[in-house]
Design a protein around this ligand. Structure first.
Ligand code: ADP
Length: 192
C-alpha cells in the first residue's frame, strides 16, 4: 500500500507517518529528511540543496524525482511507502504516477492535512523554543521568516497538486489542527 501525505509545513505529516509505519508496516520516505542527511554527509547534492532549503525554496524536480526513483527500489520499501513531503509540485506528482504505474503499485490514498497558517506559525515558535531548551540545533529553515516563505511556497507550488488528485478520487482531507490521536484515528478510519 502506498500513501501520500500532503500539507503545509508543521501540519503533522511526519508525526502521522511514524504512527502509520508502525500500524501498517510501511516505510516513511521524508524527502526533507533525505536532503538533511545529504547535508550532514557533506555530499555535493547536500551542499547545493542547503542554500535552497535555507531560503525556503524547493529543490529541483529532477533531483527529487531521481532521489525517490532510486529509493523506492530498496528492499525496505517492498511493503509500501508513505510519501512525506513528496510530491511537492504537479511535475513531481506526474512523475510519481508514472513510476508507481510501471511497478504496478499505485497510490491507495492521498491525505491532505488542512491547517490554519497562523496556528502553524505559533506551533513553529514553540518547537524552536523546545529545541533550544533541549540544547539541540534549530533547523536552518526553522525561523519565522523562512517558515512564512515555506507556507507561501506550499500555497503556490504544492497546493495545486490537490485538484489533480481530487480528480482521481483518491484525495481525503483530515483536520491537521486536531490532536495527534484524533488525526491518527481519522486516517485509520479512512483507510478502512
Ligand atoms: P516541511 O514539511 O516542514 O516544510 P521538509 O523537511 O519536508 O519540511 O522539507 C524541508 C525543505 O526541503 C523544503 O523547504 C525544500 O527546500 C526541501 N524539499 C523537501 N522535499 C522536497 C521536494 N519533494 N521537492 C523539492 N524540495 C523539497
Amino acid at each position: 500500500m502506498n500513501l501520500i501525505l500532503i500539507g503545509p509545513p508543521g501540519a503533522g505529516k511526519g508525526t502521522q507517518a511514524k504512527i502509520l509505519e508502525e500500524i501498517y508496516g510501511l516505510k516513511q520516505l521524508s524527502t526533507g529528511d533525505m536532503l538533511r542527511a545529504e547535508i550532514a554527509d557533506g555530499t555535493d547534492l547536500g551542499k547545493k540543496a542547503k542554500a535552497i532549503m535555507d531560503a525556503g525554496n524547493l529543490v529541483s524536480d529532477d533531483i527529487m524525482v531521481g532521489m525517490i526513483e532510486s529509493r523506492i527500489e530498496q528492499a525496505d520499501c517492498a511493503k509500501g511507502v508513505i510519501f512525506d513531503g513528496f510530491p511537492r509540485t504537479v511535475e513531481q506528482a506526474k512523475a510519481l504516477d508514472t513510476m508507481l504505474g510501471k511497478k504496478g503499485k499505485p497510490v491507495k490514498a492521498v491525505i491532505e492535512f488542512v491547517a490554519d497558517e497562523e496556528t502553524l506559525v505559533d506551533r513553529l515558535k514553540s518547537r524552536i523554543a523546545q529545541t533550544i531548551a533541549a540544547g539541540q540545533e534549530v533547523r536552518g529553515d526553522d525561523n519565522e521568516e523562512t517558515f512564512r516563505k515555506r507556507l507561501g511556497v506550499y500555497r503556490a507550488q504544492t497546493a495545486p497538486i490537490l485538484p489533480y488528485y481530487e480528480g482521481t478520487g483518491l484525495l481525503h482531507k483530515v483536520d491537521g489542527m486536531a490532536s495527534v490521536e484524533d488525526v491518527s484515528k481519522e486516517i485509520k478510519a479512512l483507510l478502512g
